[in-house]
Design a protein. Sequence first.
Length: 639
Amino acid sequence: MHLPDILLLILLAPLVSAGLIWLFGRRNGHLAATLSVGAAGIIAVASLYLLFAFWDGAVAEDMAIRWVTLGEFSLSLGFSLNMVSATMLFVVGVVGFLIHIFSLGYMADDAGKGRFFGGLSIFMFSMLGMVLSDNLFMIFVFWELVGFSSYMLIGHYMKKGEAAEASKKAFIVNRVGDFGLLIGFIIVFWTFGTTQISELAVAVGAEPELLSTIMGLLLFCGVAGKSAQLPLHVWLPDAMAGPTPISALIHAATMAAAGVFLVARLPFLFTVDALTIIAWIGVITALSSAIWAFAQNDIKKILAYSTLSQLGFMVAGFGFGSLYGGSAAAIEAYGAQAALFGVGAALFHMTTHAFFKALLFLGAGSVIHACHHEQDIYKMGGLLKKMPITGITFAIGVITIAAVPFVASGFFSKDAILYVAKLVNPVAFGLLVGAALLTATYMGRLFVVVFLGKPRSEAAEHAHETSWVMWLPLAVLAFFSVFAGYVKQFPLIPATLHPILYDAVPHPAGSEHTLLIIISAVAATMGLLGAFLFYRKADQIDPLQEKAYPLWVVAKSRFFFDEVYDAYVAKVQQRVAEVLSFLDALLISGLLVRGSAGLVGVFGILARTLHTGNVHSYVWWFFAGLFIFSLYAFGLLGG
């Protein structure tokens, strides 16, 4: 097969699956599951074949079909495969397939099983289309389709008010970010005259002075929405109202990382000032979300805030890596390779995060399933003995996200971000180390409360290990979570991706390397050990709430972002909407629409009075008209 054929197969498999499900499988859950999982399997196999055995790593940009031509302007639909899109393709293909397998067990008895798997296929098509797009127009189209898919899947439990509200919140918040992204794309096109990414890179290289900070920040609005960065982060924790496999696929491994993917595709469009602002937004998001996680008792919301924090690390890695890569010292030391440091740091952590966060979410799903859909961690406990496979694999996920040195992949990818932050800004480095310490602590809290101690509810008392179809993906993801960081030592990551996942990351040496290892070891050890000592005797009330109530209140407040938005909607937006509604009813619907219609009606009534059906009256009107016309003709009327 040729490269375009393989990419077309990858893109069309989920679309065909979705179409068949909506035609024949909406009421047949087994058929829908078979079609959707089969399509995901095709994507995974084709992606791995493409990256391991076929693609040689060269940029492929010549797979476009011209769609619209208007004068000198033309718009094409096409594929682009480079290091960045290939990395995301690998993540979506492998992790997506494993989550599909897990869903077979988790959604086995769900009444909307057919609709669920149809939505999964639509999401996979949308995500893959965005990943492979070669121009801004296609990216935006699939970007919006991804948002629609997320809205549909978050609201899967449509009879639950919480799910309906969460899906609307996710959709609306993302529209705010996407409006900024659209304006940014328009400015990019207006400035450089093209939407083709390859042409944009050349145009920016020729005239870098045309770049502006506002252009980069508008593009980042879309990133802040999709990747849930402050202040557009509020939708993601609420999105946990959807089924747990959706939380794993969309809000941990793929869609939430789409913003990171976007900046990695367009790194040349950001000025130094824009990169600095972006990097600090990532730092603040990473630290704030880690604080908020401590006051959450819902197992999925803890992981949601963890996702926010890790996405903050990725955004900070992109910003600081790009800043360092553009410095004279980096260019002198590393040459042209330095330009990829921001992209490499962000993508490396995005890849490892996809494995260990999908593992943690699916592990949480296994626990929820075994505890009869209980999600309060203080109504669990003692599950390690009852669910040993889930418990052990979950522990691997915790160790990985805690970045225990040399034990799992999270150490390598997170330390790459810490290193570039240290090279650029020591204060940001210190804050990110603090976020890493908090991460190890709240994830240790989660494991201790859920898996150690004694059961605190009847559901936990009677819990047992889930079926193989659910724990097998956990085992595979645990394996990747441990070894994916050893990029060149183990053949888990295709060699074609090594230049972007390993070579494009600056590696510390000597005393700097030793210092980073010590810092990571201390943060991970203090966090995990502190969590064990503080939470090991926890009952059904959070020890932090009992022993350090002010700290718990601060974490519980989430810095009042939701309250501020609610107040804005109620007191500003709603009142503006009411005024506009009144003006619409008065001016548009009343004066313009009904007024013009009424005027026409009055004219019609007057005109109708002239049509009496009486021949004598018509004769009189005829002579009256003839008389007036004669006066006009002889100049006696109208001058």
